[in-house]
Design a protein around this ligand. Sequence first.
Ligand SMILES: C[S@@+](CC[C@H](N)C(=O)[O-])C[C@H]1O[C@@H](n2cnc3c(N)ncnc32)[C@H](O)[C@@H]1O
Length: 227
Amino acid sequence: MKNFTFSNRIRKLAEIAGPCNTMADIGTDHALLPIFMLKEGLCKKAIACDINESPLAKAALDVSEAEIDSALVDLRLGNGLERLQPGECDTIVIAGMGGLLIADILENGKKIFEKPCRLIMQPNTCRPELRTYLAENGFEISDESASEDEGHTYLFITAEYTGVKRTIDFKESVLGTKLQDKPEDFKIYCAELKEKYERKLDGLRMSQQDVSEEIQKAELILKEVRL
Ligand SMILES: C[S@@+](CC[C@H](N)C(=O)[O-])C[C@H]1O[C@@H](n2cnc3c(N)ncnc32)[C@H](O)[C@@H]1O
């Protein structure tokens, strides 16, 4: 039996995703999340999807070496949500990818949300763009969390498809509306934003172009995150 190491990020994803019946992990790589959730009894079955064959081969090996019933993990090769049918799973996780790729996967796989299904995302980049996509395409964010692990800040977004489309402003796209209720998480998230927007503002102030609008936006965020 292999000795698995599960990062705090994987543990946090599992805590948010579970307990559930069938979870689908899109871009599963080693299938660490499905393995952890099954080991901990946080899901009854898992569908582990990846676009590439080599991660799925590693996933198959890891599943066979984990102390779980390997029949409970269904490994599927495919792009995004294309190998899922509506109603097959009650929870979908798309983690460890850029926000634009996550939005693209949702855009191409909208039919899955004909049946109720919770969506958990952990975008590494382009978080404002992902929040904007979700709002404009009928997904409602019901929860957000942030955590820090080995020098990285991770954001976790839970959303449901409601079909109600709306536009959000720049401030909401950057800050969201849910983290503010969680002082510890908000502090972690703001520390990262502060560093990012201070660097951005320094760059903008040296620009020879008219970047006054960009400067205003950066100053707006910095005002919000100076806790
Ligand atoms: C950085 S890993 C993240 C693995 C895991 N989800 C995690 O959070 O640790 C990204 C994985 O997503 C897969 N991937 C990238 N684009 C994909 C797509 N459009 N559909 C399915 N899988 C994808 C890659 O092959 C890779 O295994």
